[in-house]
Design a protein around this ligand. Structure first.
Ligand code: DP6
Length: 346
């Protein structure tokens, strides 16, 4: 009744920002990402008859309580229901990168938890089913089940086969959230070795962010006049980003990834109260990256629900990319990632 699994975070190139359904944690639109090798979450789960409740150890902090434990426990309830057990579990998880600062630790965290908890409960799910389960823990986690370049569907837009176009299968009202949830799985569309990109992560603030992504997207959805146009814009961006990755077209990927990032942040900024994840260093980095690209350096930025900036470049441009990022005042730390593999049992 014990298993350990590892998973990497991922960075969305076409963002997920909004939910069709909160109970099934169903995204409002598909999203597309690269899994980040070089950053790892390692999670062990042990179901034990003597435990009266679930327990959580996170990055060496024993007996974590409150919202974090509740979120893990609710996730374990899904696994318990699938496995037909009522046993509680001891969960130990650690990241080798900063937790909760916009580096997608919930993605690698719930991907590693989905795999370790199901194996500990004696369940062997295929990757599609695992991605659906991980997505229920955190939307971006469904993508971290797979390595390389990955997309996840929203239950309305889907691709029957990996090489077919994204199509709207049904109107939203034809599906219950439960049925749509089964269609909202992730899929790899190119393996890690397909494209030797690097992602330089510029840490501009060490603390946990003020507004978590779940809260931020719900507020955007409820109060932002730009939310609907944002959601409508996503499927076309998915097709553009996927085609750019498949064609190794860096410039095309730069265009669509920056557009998706800025549209997502614009929708959040237009919420009430407006959500501004950026600090001054974040903004300096945006301008620095764009100026360098205009000068011929192949780089583009993307930013998640926090102030860190992720700068992509081809592997051959890593030194130039690192230099330009580290030259910006306020950058505290650089982490370098490359296309990584999927979640694995140890
Ligand atoms: C900005 O997956 O953290 O990183 O489903 O509520 O757990 P929940 O949200 P989460 O949101 C990630 C948002 C994002 C964009 C992305 O990764 O696609």
């Amino acid at each position: 009744m014990k298993a350990t699994a590892t998973a990497h975070p991922n960075i969305a190139l076409v963002k997920y920002w909004g939910k069709r359904d909160q109970v099934f944690n169903l995204p409002a639109a598909p999203s597309l990402s690269m899994t980040l090798g070089g950053l790892t979450t390692r999670t062990s789960v042990e179901f034990l008859p003597e435990l009266a409740t679930d327990s959580l150890e996170l990055d060496g902090e024993k007996d974590v309580q409150g919202a974090k434990l509740r979120r893990v426990s609710q996730f374990l309830d899904l696994v318990r229901a699938m496995a037909g057990t009522s046993l509680h579990a001891r969960v130990q998880s650690s990241n080798d990168f900063p937790t909760g600062a916009g580096l997608a630790s919930s993605a690698s965290g719930f991907a590693a938890l989905a795999l370790s908890a199901t194996r500990a409960a004696g369940l062997y799910l295929d990757e599609r089913a695992l991605s659906i389960l991980a997505r229920r823990g955190s939307g971006s986690a469904g993508r971290s089940i797979f390595g390389g370049f990955v997309e996840i569907y929203d239950g309305v837009y889907t691709r029957d086969e990996v090489d077919e176009p994204l199509t709207r299968r049904r109107s939203e009202t034809d599906w219950s959230a439960e049925e749509a949830s089964e269609m909202a799985f992730a899929r790899q569309f190119a393996p890690p070795e397909h494209w030797d990109l690097r992602c330089v992560i510029a840490v501009t603030s060490a603390g946990e962010k003020d507004v978590g992504s779940t809260e931020g997207m719900v507020r955007t959805q409820q109060t932002s006049a730009f939310y609907e146009p944002w959601v409508q814009s996503v499927p076309a961006d998915i097709e553009r980003a996927r085609a750019a990755v498949l064609a190794h077209d860096f410039d095309a990927l730069a265009q669509v990834a920056e557009a998706s990032c800025l549209r997502m942040h614009a929708s959040a900024m237009a919420a009430e109260p407006g959500i501004v994840y950026w600090n001054a260093t974040t903004v300096s980095l945006v301008h620095r990256v764009r100026a360098a690209r205009a000068d011929g350096v192949p780089v583009f930025f993307t930013i998640d629900a926090g102030p860190q900036v992720k700068v992509f470049c081809p592997a051959h441009a890593l030194d130039a990319c690192r230099d330009l990022v580290s030259g910006v005042q306020g950058v505290r730390q650089l982490l370098i990632a490359h296309p990584g593999g999927g979640a694995q049992v140890e």
